[in-house]
Design a protein around this ligand. Sequence first.
Ligand code: E4P
Length: 218
Amino acid sequence: MKFFIDTANLAQIKEANELGILDGVTTNPSLMAKEGIKGEKAIMDHYRTICEMVDGDISAEVISTDFAGMVEEGKKLAAIHPNIVVKVPMIKDGIKAIKWFTDNGIRTNCTLVFSAGQAILAAKAGATYLSPFLGRLDDSSWDGVELIAQIAQIYGVQGFKTQILAASIRTPLHIVKCAEAGADVCTCPLDSILGLLKHPLTDIGLAKFLEDAKKTMG
Ligand code: E4P
């Protein structure tokens, strides 16, 4: 399973990248707004900076909701860097745009996915990645991990090549469950990635080893 970080914060991207396990970055308009990035040039520059920091796929989201607008925006985003993946919402024109991008050699990430039916449509259109939002499903008492497993089963049986990019991750346990359910990628906040490190027995064990090591130092 690939690890992406789900943020537009450069310090967090740097910290995750320095772990050496980062395969890419996902952003969305809310994450860009959170960093105070305003205006087309600033947005484009920010994506370019992220591409220069991380050697992996970087999702950049369109904000148009009509086919022509999405295609125009997506072409501009894809021209920033070869690692850019154009993120397109799961709406009717979005599916048309994904098919257009597929036919024109531009990679896509279909976002705001909440059902297996939507996952089938995106795969038919040739999406490179599919982003089911499991945390938001959990927030409304649906089982997000179950959706990941269902899509993995369908894609496996049907031989779809679209990669399942589990999104809207809230906890380290989500990451573990997504790995178990067959996600190809997990895009996570930094805290959830770092949460995977934690176990009290590791800390207790290390403290004891260090204490005993002092005895061996003469
Ligand atoms: C990922 O691509 C999504 O933009 C993101 O994971 C959404 O997460 P949220 O539900 O925490 O906003």
